[in-house]
Design a protein around this ligand. Sequence first.
Ligand SMILES: [Zn+2]
Length: 165
Amino acid sequence: MPRAIHAMPFSDHDQAAMRLAIDASLQARARGDSPFGATLVSPAGEVLLVAQNNQNTTQDCTGHAEMVLVREAAAALGPQALKGATVYASGEPCAMCSGAMFWAGIARVVFAATQQDIAQALGGPVLPTGCEELLSAARPTVAVQHGLLRAEAAAALRGAVASAG
Ligand SMILES: [Zn+2]
């Protein structure tokens, strides 16, 4: 029996975790922040924390969802909780967030909307080095996957055009 050539590498658990991140992105938008969310899942598959962008509400330019996630998880659960964990990001993490996840010891990053989707929906500045490019070259390397619920996340971004900033 032939195997599907482009079989999706994602499980139901992956989808559920990404849905939480996309929901958080919509909550961020409703609050007046940029529409991004992220979910932290332990190596055992347990959802540990969901965070959302808070740049506008905290007046902190580093308040990207993945940064908030790393900070809140370390504070609430201790830095060990991040080691070997997976982050699901509704939008492709920027270089700042990719670096933060690397230093936190995250083992795997899954993102939905790409930098291109983000640029098309929101415009604005782009930090050029992509998450996959950066983290695949890191030592130790961080696994990066994308394509999971991309259309859903991109639609959530497009709904945010009016409040982008
Ligand atoms: Zn970022």
